[in-house]
Design a protein around this ligand. Structure first.
Ligand code: URA
Length: 206
């Protein structure tokens, strides 16, 4: 096999893809964000968690799910017996999209074009990791993985196929729990999400 065919046969190492993603201009979101927030975790992870996009804290730190939603996700994964360090955690869109409001930056939902543009990076993450299972945390992640709109509340708890044939477990985004004002409702939504994560744990091989 020549060097040229070797290069074509094996994909660029994930570390190199991560570096390339730092200069991404595939959509306009790079213009206002601090940096690209690429996925994190073991290249040998068997499960990949996909969120929507980095939030304010993630944008500053350059790491996915390190803000309030990330802390909640960490707690619930632990309760469900999933070690985050053995998973890969990423987002459908890798730049923070926001509206400035005074000194604050208010999260703004990525649109279909931005999700499609960023699929380039998610595709490479999935190609390298080849997980047994992807977990779509909310509608944006489900849309990115499946390639079309997914009715999350209807399909929650079920497994569908990603565009490349990877099983995708559908659930809600952990930040939706943080937005529930009533304590009783929030506790029961948290319990339901924990149940979803226990199902994910049961589907994980090893
Ligand atoms: N919400 C997401 O979808 N991803 C993050 O990384 C943080 C919050």
């Amino acid at each position: 096999m020549t060097a040229e065919t070797t290069e074509k046969t094996f994909p660029t190492p994930l570390g190199t893809v991560r570096e390339e993603a730092q200069d991404c201009t595939r959509c306009d979101l790079y213009k206002n964000a601090t940096q690209t927030v690429f996925g994190e975790g073991g290249g040998d992870a068997r499960v990949v968690f996909v969120g929507e996009q980095p939030g304010d804290k993630e944008d500053i730190e350059g790491k996915p799910f390190v803000g309030p939603a990330g802390r909640l996700l960490d707690d619930i994964l632990e309760e469900a017996g999933i070690d985050r360090k053995k998973t890969y955690v990423t987002n459908a869109v890798k730049h923070f999209k926001f509206e400035p409001r005074g000194k604050r930056r208010i999260h703004s939902k990525p649109n279909a074009g931005e999700i499609r543009a960023c699929r380039w990076w998610l595709d490479q993450e999935l190609t390298h990791i080849q997980p047994d299972l992807a977990v779509a945390l909310g509608a944006t992640a489900a849309r990115a993985l499946v390639g079309k709109q997914v009715p999350v509340m209807k399909q929650r708890g079920t497994v569908v196929e990603s565009a490349e044939g990877i099983p995708v477990f559908i659930t809600v985004h952990p930040s939706s729990l943080l937005r529930i004002p009533n304590d009783v409702d929030r506790r029961s939504a948290r319990e339901r999400f924990t149940e979803d994560m226990r199902k994910v744990k049961a589907m994980m091989k090893g």
